[in-house]
Design a protein. Structure first.
Length: 204
């Protein structure tokens, strides 16, 4: 029996998934939660976690994947959002698969079985997305992205780089332009940090 835990922002989703998976004879939902912290505090014995991309506590999806993997479970991200950055960030953080919530019922059960067996549950299209390299940044652009993307203000970033604030803004504009050029426009460049840096280990 494959023991599955569900962590989803919408409290109605686990009930639907529980009913759906009840039709299988080898998959059992053993726990549901709305945050990773809630899940970990309950410490359920689960083999696979179905993880919603966006949770009510605002935690980063890739950070949540790292935390769950540290506790020995396999993670299958299950979300209505399927854009490239979300897929790459969570899989690079250790997720074994990524499904969009409009995928059919059989595909979900098959993905859970695949992840449980230690294989990645990813379509050929998603694999190509993961293997795509992000746009190349100049050293100045990369430094700006790292500083600004990890919490520094524009002024603090400018001071640490010994440049002016308009120069920092110029670097950020160039970064946006490079992503727009590959048809992946970005509103907040801070979300790109994980594209260029190894994802940091979060607290357990």
């Amino acid at each position: 029996m494959i023991r599955v835990a569900i962590i989803d922002n919408d409290k109605l989703v686990p009930a639907g998934l529980r009913a759906l998976l009840a039709t299988t004879d080898d998959i059992q939902v053993v726990h549901t939660a709305t945050t990773v912290a809630e899940h970990l505090s309950a410490a359920p014995e689960a083999d696979v976690v179905l993880l919603d991309l966006r949770l009510e506590d605002g935690t980063e999806a890739a950070t949540n994947v790292v935390r769950l993997r540290r506790h020995g479970v396999r993670v299958l991200v299950f979300s209505v959002h399927g854009d490239r950055r979300h897929v790459r960030a969570t899989v690079r953080a250790g997720a074994s698969g990524y499904l969009v919530k409009d995928d059919d019922d059989a595909k979900l059960a098959d993905a859970i079985r695949t992840v449980h067996s230690g294989q990645p549950a990813l379509t050929a299209e998603l694999m190509s997305i993961i293997n795509d390299d992000p746009p190349e940044l100049s050293p100045q652009e990369a430094r700006t992205l790292y500083l600004y993307g990890t919490g520094s203000t524009l002024a603090a970033t400018a001071r640490r780089m010994n440049v002016t604030i308009p120069t920092v803004r110029s670097y950020l504009t160039r970064i946006r332009a490079k992503w727009a050029a590959i048809d992946e426009p970005v509103d907040d460049v801070r979300t790109l940090v994980t594209e260029y840096q190894p994802y940091p280990d979060p607290p357990a």
